[in-house]
Ligand binder design. Structure first.
Ligand code: GBH
Length: 456
């Protein structure tokens, strides 16, 4: 029996500029924090950087043709701020022209573009001026958002401000495993707040310019524990607060969660960064919430509420993260599709009428192109099928999920893992730039064509 999706369900695939484009010096592009970070020895596996990545900047026509060949009705990509404004402030028409052509190509093929304005590639010039630690960066972001909107807004309906501010702020300025590689607990929260201020300000500005659908993309990780005694429940609450509610609640207009604020008493920089009126600013209404889901997190309480966490997550105390269980992906992430159902049902209730789109979901495995030209990625195909059934189950349970965008169209630059982790529906040979649709890609194309996933 097939599990059939709603008739207007949106299917597609996602990418991000820095992960696929390459051509980091073309057409006046300025350096981003990821160019600088990748140049630091030891920051990225294999010493890899953003060039040539998938050489998408030069091969975009071929890649749009690939989307079309797979029959995907939607494509989520990000615009690179350092192409549009090489110094973070001054528009560069050649950078804007690239996205202008890309959107036209997509529309010519009947593919709906969803634009993400920020997927982690801050212009280095703005980092030099304080980066997300500086409140001014939020104003610069709004100007950048408007510059992109003014060129693409007549053809692009869906706009998302940020991809995963959690990663950009907490991993970029807290754990330092992402660019700009800063390790400063206080700054991580200041940066997080400035992302949200930028989101709210940009949503208002774009709404004022007539944008039809505005959204933000957040990453979520359902939290599991081995017991439901008070200590375990409190550990779950703490991790969930920081990981899942910290960004969501202010966007939904509820302000920062009270319990998280209390847990953050030891981070005075945070409450100092939140000015009067900021929470109202962040609360600008959105039309949908993008949900990125990969894996759950397992936690255990520590013997005291102030003991530092092994996760290294800024602000987190009294909670350790346990190793993942069962079948893992090559990232070492747990495969647990029921957590996606739980997450979507929970969000469906919490978001009170704001529709959800699964804006990223996918898995990394080691893939090889076999002599017959096929990539038999059985495990990715299974992960995909199981997670699509999990989305279907959430809809049956009442969650308002409007679409599913697979991560990713192409194998690409997987941040600090460089080119060692492959998430694509399409295999990329990084020597020859040859693209090969994987078995999982063919499978996804069938699901999309039939608007249904085969039951187990
Ligand atoms: C997404 O990030 C990105 O949007 C995308 O660019 C990327 O390629 C893709 O996923 C695959 O990684 O919270 O410190 O314990 C997902 C990032 C990975 C964030 C797991 C949270 C857990 C580390 N998520 N991570 S931590």
């Amino acid at each position: 029996m097939d599990q059939v999706f709603p008739s207007d369900f949106l299917w597609g695939a996602a990418t991000a500029a820095f992960q696929i484009e390459g051509s980091v010096r073309a057409d006046g592009r300025g350096p981003s924090i990821w160019d600088s970070f990748a140049a630091v020895p030891g920051a990225v596996l294999g010493g890899a950087g953003g060039d040539p990545a998938c050489d998408h900047y030069r091969r975009h026509t071929e890649d749009v043709a690939l989307l079309s060949e797979l029959g995907l009705p939607a494509y989520r990509f990000s615009t690179a701020w350092p192409r549009v404004m090489p110094d973070g402030r001054t528009p560069e028409s050649r950078g804007l022209a690239f996205y202008d052509r890309l959107v036209d190509d997509l529309l010519d093929r009947g593919i709906r573009p969803l634009v993400t304005l920020y997927h982690w590639d801050l212009p280095q010039a703005l980092q030099d001026a304080g980066g997300w630690g500086a409140r001014d960066t939020a104003s610069r972001f709004t100007e950048y958002a408007c510059a992109v909107y003014d060129v693409l807004g007549d053809r692009v309906e869906d706009w998302t401000t940020f991809n995963e501010p959690f990663c950009s702020a907490f991993l970029g300025y807290g754990t330092g495993v992402h660019a700009p590689g800063v390790r400063d607990e206080g700054l991580a929260f200041v940066a997080a707040h400035h992302h949200l201020v930028a989101h709210g300000t940009a949503v208002r500005a774009l709404r004022g310019r007539g944008a039809r659908k505005l959204a933000i993309v957040l990453n979520f990780s359902p939290v599991l524990a081995d017991s439901s005694d008070d200590a375990h429940l409190d550990a779950v609450r703490r991790f969930d607060g920081l990981h899942n509610r910290f960004f969501l609640d202010p966007v939904l207009g509820r302000g920062y969660p009270e319990d998280v604020r209390a847990d953050l008493a030891h981070v005075p920089e945070f409450s100092r960064a939140v000015l009067d009126g900021d929470e109202a600013l962040v609360a600008a209404p959105v039309d949908w919430i993008g949900v990125n889901y990969y894996a759950p997190t397992r936690v255990v309480p520590l013997s005291g509420p102030e003991i530092p966490s092994n996760s290294g997550l800024p602000g987190l105390r009294g909670v350790d993260v346990l190793p993942p269980r069962g079948p893992l992906t090559s990232m070492g992430w747990e495969q647990r599709p029921e957590s996606l159902t739980d997450l979507l049902v929970w969000l469906g209730k919490r978001c009170g009428g704001v529709p959800l789109v699964v804006s990223e979901n996918g898995s990394a495995f080691t893939d090889v192109v076999e002599p017959d030209g096929r990539v038999r990625d059985v495990r990715r195909k299974r992960y995909l099928a199981e997670h699509l059934r999990a989305v279907h189950a959430a809809i049956a349970l009442g969650a308002d999920v409007r679409g599913y965008l697979a991560w990713s169209l192409l194998d690409n630059f997987e941040w600090s893992f460089g080119y060692t982790q492959r998430f694509g529906l399409v295999h990329v040979d990084f020597e020859t730039q040859r693209r090969t649709v994987k078995d999982s890609g063919r499978f996804f194309a069938e699901v999309v064509a039939r608007n249904a996933v085969p039951a187990e």
